[in-house]
Design a protein around this ligand. Structure first.
Ligand code: BG6
Length: 460
């Protein structure tokens, strides 16, 4: 399990100064360093277009770490592990120079080096960067490398089906599917990982997990933050691409897929794909009834585009066209600048005429990770009054603090375990589901609801 700690590691980060890297990746590397969960000989090579000192890369690290968790010595260690390389991403020569530098670093670190290229760059730049890496031979082992390097890619993987296919081809041509790790950090959140165990190791739920007993499934992810400093990224992305096509459709698949032959990577991916392929494509004439979009009221000002039709809230009603789920409403929805930060999957069971309320099983992805089942109980006292109570499993209470999803993602990529990453086929299937919605929404702002910051999702 911890064999990976033996081999030296080089993580090459494209887009190290970008928002995602600053918000998620670098804090995760900090925590892993603090807990000694990275190989002792680890080197981080940050790539950026401009000359940037390492100190600037980590300037905001402290803000991202919870108060008492911050340890200056660990931050310094991270700083010392890092070097920056300035590159013009369009210049083939710069990829050769990078390779020379990495070979030197590799030689200094000793035999058996693993190399990971982490690409947190706009989808439009991806194909060219991967080709250039390939042309310069970065995809092959060199020097004292122990294995073929891996490509770690941030979502959204592509912009639509056509662009995603081009990205898949580019990664395939040079690195190959086995070496390509497409991050969906929602899959690495503790509750998301627990979905399959919960479903398949508890016979009680296994027998009632179908349309006969389940009335609807809602997968939601609400954020209170707006787009922060990501105007350019968000103007090209929107909530449908940023959240629904990736995180939420993946979660829906986990909660509705059939039992894989084994709970291991290939079998899970095969069943997940089968489920994704059975989600109906939203057809052009269904977009106005099955898809809802909104934009928070200060968005246009933030992005300096008074005509922007980019959605910061999106909701889709989906149909899984198989015997287990046909006719059960499946809803996925996500938005920014809403009244609460909360991601969960709510499974509502069918009611009967005597019941006062429905039973709902909530997988709480965040905050307060856990699982809650709402039940009816008699209120203490002489009267026969019932009320809804919660039966609850809470991670923090049972296990203490759990590792952050990004930390898990990095370690899995280092260990070469693809279970928590999206396969190329899964990504393409998800684009297919939303393709017509993307098309229509890009053509006009019809039915774009403008909502006040802090709104309740039910009001959109
Ligand atoms: C990212 C999205 O994938 O997830 C961001 O690009 C979003 O827009 C982030 O803010 C949310 O992640 P988490 O783990 O804080 O829910």
């Amino acid at each position: 399990m911890n064999d990976y700690l033996e081999n030296p590691l080089i993580i090459i980060i494209f887009g190290i100064t970008g928002d995602l890297s600053q918000r998620k990746l670098l804090p995760a590397l900090y925590h892993l360093t603090k807990r000694h969960e990275l190989p002792e000989h680890t080197k981080i090579v940050g790539v950026s277009r401009h000359k940037i000192p390492v100190s600037e890369v980590y300037a905001k690290l402290q803000e991202r770490i919870h108060g008492s968790d911050f340890d200056k010595a660990v931050a310094e260690e991270l700083h010392d592990m890092t070097e920056m390389v300035q590159m013009d991403l369009d210049a083939p020569d710069d990829y050769r120079k990078l390779k020379e530098r990495l070979s030197e670093v590799s030689d200094q670190l000793g035999p058996g080096v693993s190399r990971i290229y982490y690409l947190s760059i706009p989808a439009q730049a991806f194909v060219s960067v991967v080709h250039q890496l390939g042309e310069a031979g970065h995809h092959e082992p060199f020097g004292l490398d122990g294995e073929r390097p891996r490509l770690l890619v941030e979502k959204p993987f592509g912009y639509d089906t056509a662009s995603a296919k081009t990205l898949v081809q580019a990664a395939d041509e040079h690195f190959g599917e086995q070496q390509t790790f497409r991050i969906d950090h929602y899959l690495a959140k503790e509750t998301a990982q627990n979905i399959l165990t919960f479903r398949f190791q508890n016979p009680l739920f296994q027998t009632i997990w179908n349309k006969k007993h389940i009335a609807s499934i809602h997968v939601v992810a609400y954020e209170t933050i707006g787009i922060e400093n990501r105007a350019t990224f968000y103007e090209q992305t929107g909530a449908l691409r940023d959240f629904l096509q990736s995180h939420l459709i993946q979660l829906l698949a986990l909660v509705t897929m059939e039992k894989p032959e084994q709970l291991e990577s290939d079998a899970i991916h095969a069943e997940k794909l089968r489920l994704l392929d059975s989600i109906k494509t939203i057809m052009p004439n269904e977009v106005h009834t099955l898809a809802t979009r909104g934009q928070y009221d200060t968005y246009r000002e933030e992005v300096h585009n008074e005509k922007s039709a980019v959605e910061t809230f999106a909701r889709l009603q989906l149909t899984i066209d198989n015997d287990q789920w046909r006719e059960v409403p499946m809803v996925v929805e996500s938005g920014k600048a809403l009244h609460e930060k909360c991601s969960r999957i709510s499974v509502t069971f069918r009611s009967n005429p005597d019941a006062k309320a429905e039973n709902v099983l909530d997988f709480r992805i965040q905050p307060r990770e856990g699982i809650t089942l709402s039940l009816q109980a008699k209120r203490p006292g002489l009267d026969m009054e019932t009320e809804t109570v919660q039966m609850e499993f809470d991670y923090a209470r049972s296990y203490g603090q759990t590792a952050d999803a990004y930390e898990r993602v990095i370690i899995d990529a280092v260990r070469g375990d693809q279970s928590l990453f999206s396969s190329a086929a899964e990504v393409l299937s998800s684009w297919r589901i939303v393709e017509n919605v993307l098309q229509q929404w890009s053509h006009s702002d019809d039915n774009l609801a403008i909502y006040p910051v802090g709104s309740h999702a039910n009001n959109i």
